[in-house]
Design a protein around this ligand. Structure first.
Ligand code: SAH
Ligand code: DHB
Ligand code: MG
Length: 223
């Protein structure tokens, strides 16, 4: 058996046991696929990790950058209380439409709001509203802008908030300082920013499984 087959099998085992799909999650992925969205949502056990992190945070307010069909949004939204709030940013109106349908079916349409536009344009608009600080920010959009998204996350959070960055490994490309791909450079710059910033305490973790070889970075906002 190949290593990657083994990783998939273990992911399937973990997901079935610890992060089983229900009708809502299954329908969200089915409708995303039917609408031609790429299958780049987080894996089920990763979605469950996001939910657990939001719960550990005692999160009432979550910000997500990169909605796709709202699969990760559902996991995060389910961690929130009934009066919680989740704002998720999506560039592609077609993705946003699928996500809105999926969030409504999940019963999260009162809690979760999909805002359409390039996040570097919608983030300043959100900041102008002087929103209460977000307890968790999940960054999962165009990786070239990851350093900007970390800076915005800092502006929109409080001491104790958690920033999660997806796809920081990308088959190991992140460790190659000579890599010139924009998304790899963006992620390396974001990691360097986390490492150097006096108000952030972070780490990064590699993952394998149904979504390939990739990883997350986590950073806690300090006082
Ligand atoms: N978080 C989702 C996956 C997001 S995929 C999940 O795990 O289920 C990345 C998404 O970011 C795509 O839908 C893409 O259209 C969106 N995106 C790309 N560039 C963006 C930008 N500049 N602003 C906001 N969203 C963007
Ligand atoms: C891609 C984006 C993601 O957010 C992800 O989790 C996997 C792949 C991509 O753009 O290829
Ligand atoms: Mg991702």
């Amino acid at each position: 058996m190949s290593e990657s087959q083994l990783w998939d099998d273990v992911d399937d085992y973990f997901a079935a046991l610890l992060a089983p799909a229900d009708d809502t999650l299954t329908a969200a992925l089915r409708d995303s696929d039917a609408a031609g969205l790429p299958p780049i949502n987080v894996a089920p056990n990763q979605g469950k990790l996001l939910q657990l992190l939001a719960q550990i945070q005692g999160a009432r307010r979550v910000l997500e950058i990169g909605t796709l069909g709202g699969y990760s949004t559902i996991w995060l939204g389910r961690a929130l209380p009934a009066d919680g709030r989740l704002i998720t940013f999506e560039y592609d109106p077609a993705h946003a439409e699928v996500a809105r349908g999926n969030l409504a079916r999940a019963g999260l349409d009162k809690i979760a709001e999909v805002r359409v536009g390039a996040a570097l344009e919608t983030l300043p608009k959100l900041a102008e509203e002087n929103p209460e600080p977000f307890d968790l920010v999940f960054i999962d959009a165009d990786k070239v802008n990851n350093p900007h998204y970390v800076e915005w996350a800092l502006k929109l959070t409080r001491p104790g908030s958690l920033i999660v960055l997806d796809n920081v490994v990308r088959e190991g490309k992140v460790a190659d300082p000579g890599n010139t791909e924009a998304h790899v450079r963006g992620t390396r710059e974001a990691l360097e920013l986390i490492a150097a910033h006096p108000k952030l305490n972070g780490t990064a973790i590699q993952t394998v499984g149904s979504k390939g070889y990739d990883g997350f970075a986590l950073a806690r906002v300090l006082a």
